[in-house]
Structures are given as C-alpha cells and as structure tokens.
Write a protein that binds this ligand. Structure first.
Ligand SMILES: [Fe+2]
Length: 144
C-alpha cells in the first residue's frame, strides 16, 4: 500500500478508539504542517520538532501504559519499536540544532512518519487493537 502524507490522514489508521485516533490525527497533521512550511526560521523548526518529540513520547507512553495494565503479550516488542522511534525523532531534532538543513530534516521526518505508518498498519499493531477491544480498554486517558 502506498503512503503519501500529502493525501491526508490515512483512513486505514483509524482504530475506532477515540483517544488513539485523536492522537494519531494530531501527530499526522502536525507533521504534514511541518513538511509544508516554506523557508521557516530555525527557531520555528526547533519549536515544531520539540512539539513532535514531546507529543509522540506522550502518545507512546499512553499506549505503553494501557498495554502494561492489560497484560498485552506483545508489550516488550512494541515498546522496543517505540524506543527506536523515540530515539530517531530526538536525533532528528538534535541534528537540526546542530546545523542540519531544513530540507534534510524534512526528508528524515518523512521517513519517520512512513515507518510510523508501517508500524500502525502492521500485524503488531492490529493485534494490540484487537487486544484492547477484547479487554474493554478502548478508552485511554487521552490527550488532545
Ligand atoms: Fe500509535
């Protein structure tokens, strides 16, 4: 399945879970807005990257909390994937502070969200959503 961020939020990412869906849409919309900026100031780029780092971290913490509380068997594997993604996003933000060009950062953000998309349509993630439905944990302490 092809993935183009400019096509809008991919419907296949909708889980039916209100908290997760709002978080995913917020992350996606902020990333698209970031990629669409034209010649932004460095301070704006840094500030937007910090937002993404914090929001993605908060979202992963919400997912991990629910996985832990419901005894999700795939927790360790899923948490490792989150950890790799957190590190990548922090590295992207740091690279800009260290002088990486905006276009270079955009290329990495695009790859990051392509990977994020792959994770969320993967078997790993579908199993998690099925697990949450089964355990009745379809309401996270959502963040807007
Ligand atoms: Fe997610």
């Amino acid at each position: 399945m092809s993935f183009k961020m400019s096509d809008g939020f991919p419907k296949e990412l909708l889980t039916g879970h209100p908290g997760l869906d709002v978080q995913h849409q917020t992350m996606f919309q902020r990333a698209v807005a970031f990629l669409q900026m034209v010649d932004p100031a460095d301070a704006q780029v840094d500030s937007d990257l910090q937002f993404l780092v914090r929001y993605v971290d908060l979202h992963f913490l919400c997912e991990e909390d629910v996985m832990k509380r419901t005894g999700f068997e795939g927790f360790d594997h899923h948490r490792k994937l989150h950890e790799q993604m957190r590190n990548e996003l922090m590295d992207i933000a740091e690279s800009h502070r260290n002088g990486a060009s905006f276009s270079g950062v955009c290329a990495r953000i695009h790859v990051f969200f392509t990977e994020w998309y792959r994770l969320h349509i993967s078997e790993t993630y579908r199993i998690l959503v099925q697990h949450l439905r089964k355990t009745g944990m379809m309401q996270l302490n959502g963040i807007p």
